[in-house]
Design a protein around this ligand. Structure first.
Ligand code: NI
Length: 190
């Protein structure tokens, strides 16, 4: 296992549509191992493979509280097959858009079909943070970022800041002071 570099906007690879996993083989297991290591190190609660530059439909997640034992979850080829009419709003963040948080409204509950690491078909009904996180990560697999769900004005502003930061030769990370904004950060969703 290895900690991999997390792609940061405006990296164009984050806009790629990821391909379904055809067979869960050793390379997929190695990818999942790297994803968990990278996600825990960040730290984040969810990660899509494309965030480390691999355009395969693989998501890792761990929503366990800080002091609780880890609860690693893997979703391969996840597909949202149902969503509640009821919405909920959560302050989202993303490891690919560090130190930026904004309220996003999404369905409060979703039904998701996926394969587990043994290739077995699974289906879950998720609500709350799990539902939010699953929708955020499935978005990544389709090249969609949480900032696509906020106003164009706010999105343009954050894109501009990150484009500027990416140009800085002396740093590969945006200046967090510049991006902190006026809101208290919660945590990165993934
Ligand atoms: Ni994300």
């Amino acid at each position: 296992m290895a900690i991999r570099d997390i792609l940061i906007i405006p990296d164009k690879r984050l806009r790629a549509k990821s391909e379904p996993v055809k067979a869960i083989d050793a390379s997929v297991r190695a990818l999942v191992g790297d994803m968990f290591e990278t996600m825990y190190a960040a730290p984040g609660i969810g990660l899509a493979a494309i965030q480390i530059g691999v355009a395969h439909r693989v998501v890792t997640m761990d929503l366990a509280a800080k002091d609780a034992p880890p609860e690693p979850k893997v979703f391969i080829n996840p597909e949202i097959v149902g969503a509640s009419a009821e919405k909920s709003t959560y302050e989202e963040g993303c490891l690919s858009i560090p130190e930026y948080y904004e309220a996003v409204e999404r369905p409060q509950a979703v039904k998701v079909k996926y394969l587990d690491l043994d290739g077995k078909a699974q289906e879950i009904e998720a609500d709350g943070l799990l539902a939010t996180c699953l929708q955020h990560e499935v978005d990544h697999l389709n090249g969609v970022l949480f900032i696509d769900h906020i106003s164009k004005l706010k999105r343009d502003m954050v894109m501009k800041k990150f484009k500027k930061a990416a140009k800085k030769a002396d740093s590969d990370k945006p200046n967090s002071d510049e991006l902190a904004g006026d809101k208290e950060p919660s945590h990165h969703i993934g």
